[in-house]
Design a protein around this ligand. Structure first.
Ligand code: 5AD
Ligand code: SF4
Length: 448
């Protein structure tokens, strides 16, 4: 039996794309390999959002040279955002590669693998084209489990000054709602309880579709699918966070009380140069409006430090904003130039050492906030959807609260896919510890 291995860098969209390509290969009779060294087809799904992501992909692809030398019969390919950006240039840098596939042509990968097995060499496919509408539904059911990602749109039209995404994922295109619902129904029938709807800017879902619809409308339709108990989504743009989306948190029971709302910087002059389309005050106002509707909403964000021209006093404003919001979690990065973006041409670049210093400071503040937030959960009863055995303890299971916090607690693997009530006993820096609420020996299950 032939085996494949896909190594994924980058965001949830890439995770979903890898799943999709894995599903297509499985239709051709391939099975997942436990280890990269045992695979007949090795694919690296790349990311180019920051220089670090690119370096990691380079280093892994470079290391595959030895594997290819030892087993020349294997197929080694790259897909994803970096593949889209570089195209055939990959072959000159890494001559051991057999194929390069961009972000728009994932469905051609099995065919490429077949052609390579018939003696063709160095295949590449990086043209931008429309995703076949139902591509994402081809592969359901996928890796078994109670949670699943569902693409609702591709690409991005925002053109933030620092961001490569619109160049490597192309213009924004929404999937027709019927398609999304069909996929969600199939997932629910396969035991999925929680779906995360994916898009670069879910708030603008529906633009360009013949059917008149928008994101809150899609949320309502997804929540009506029988068996779906929880809905999450990522990612949202603060500028486009509408009243009706905020109201959806109140109106739709299945919609979990968590939003990832990247603010990127706290200084208005930096935000302007980033072309984000909002001010710090505007962002804070949206957070207030959200909290007014859902006081306990959990908030996460993305932050960039050291954008060109960011002075100490600008950075202070980022720290101020963090202090005002007190995010439950944040993902923070040193700015890196991405070629072709507007910011890459800006002068006044910030020194690497200064960026590192700012990042260390910011991350230690975030750790404090996260710990504080997690400690506040102590003594509360949370709904936890059990995802499976916990990594650490053999008798523990792990799951997430509606607010997206990881909880570990004593429990049997047969709870997987069930939503149980857990009394939170301890908040740590990265997770919570709890005890399942039971009536006698029986867990209190909320799952239908
Ligand atoms: N440099 C640093 N961080 C970046 N991000 C996007 N582009 C860059 C860049 N050039 C960050 C943003 C975004 C997250 C996915 O990655 O914070 O929200
Ligand atoms: Fe990386 Fe952005 Fe591509 Fe996701 S969309 S893989 S974060 S470059």
């Amino acid at each position: 039996m032939k085996r494949y291995h896909i190594h994924t860098f980058g965001c949830q969209m890439n995770v979903r794309d890898s799943e999709l390509v894995g599903g297509l290969l499985e239709r051709e009779g391939y099975r997942p390999a436990e280890d990269i060294a045992d695979a007949d087809v090795v694919i690296i799904n790349t990311c180019t959002v920051r220089v670090k992501a690119e370096e990691k992909a380079h280093s892994l692809i470079g290391r595959l040279r030895a594997l290819k030398r030892a087993r020349p019969g294997i197929t080694v390919g790259v897909m994803g955002c970096l593949a889209q950006q570089w195209g055939e240039e990959f072959f000159s840098k890494f001559p051991h590669l057999d194929f390069v596939c961009g972000t728009h042509a994932l469905d051609v990968i099995p065919g490429m693998v077949l052609r390579l097995s018939h003696g063709e060499r160095r295949l590449s496919e990086t043209a931008f084209r429309q995703y076949p509408g139902s591509l994402s539904s081809w592969c359901v059911p996928r890796s078994p489990g109670p949670t699943a990602y569902v693409n609702i749109m591709q690409g991005c039209d925002n053109f933030c000054a620092y961001c490569i995404v619109p160049y490597v994922r192309g213009r924004e295109r929404s999937r027709p709602p019927g398609d999304v619902i069909e996929e969600v129904k199939a997932l629910a029938a396969g035991g999925v309880k929680e779906v995360t709807l994916l898009g670069q800017n879910v708030n603008s879902y529906g633009k360009g579709l013949t059917e008149k619809t928008d994101f809150p409308d899609l949320l309502k339709r997804v929540s009506a699918v029988r068996g779906i108990e929880r809905i999450r989504f990522t990612t949202s743009h603060p500028r486009d966070l509408s009243e009706s989306l905020m109201n959806a948190f109140v109106e739709i029971d299945a919609l979990c009380e968590h939003i990832h709302l990247p603010f990127q910087a706290g200084s208005d002059s930096v935000l302007r140069r980033m072309r984000r389309g909002y001010t710090a005050e505007g962002y804070l106002r949206k957070i207030d409006e959200l909290r007014r509707r859902v006081p306990d909403i959990s908030l996460s964000t993305d932050i960039i430090v050291g954008f060109p021209g960011e002075r100490d006093e600008d950075f202070e404003k980022t720290i101020d904003l963090m202090g005002k919001v007190r995010f439950d979690n944040s993902f923070s990065f040193k700015y890196s130039d991405r070629s072709g973006t507007v910011a890459a041409s800006f002068g006044d670049k910030v020194d690497e050492a200064v960026k590192s210093e700012r990042l260390v400071f910011l991350q230690s503040l975030q750790r404090k906030h996260t710990l504080e937030k997690n400690r506040q959960r102590e003594g509360m009863i949370e709904e936890v959807l059990v995802e499976g055995p916990s990594k650490g303890g053999s008798e523990d299971v792990t799951g997430r609260t509606r607010g997206n916090r990881i909880v570990n607690f004593r429990g049997d693997d047969c709870l997987r896919g069930k939503t149980v009530l857990v009394n939170i006993t301890r908040g740590y820096a990265h997770s919570l510890r709890g005890e399942m609420v039971q009536r006698g020996e029986i867990p209190l299950c909320l799952s239908k």
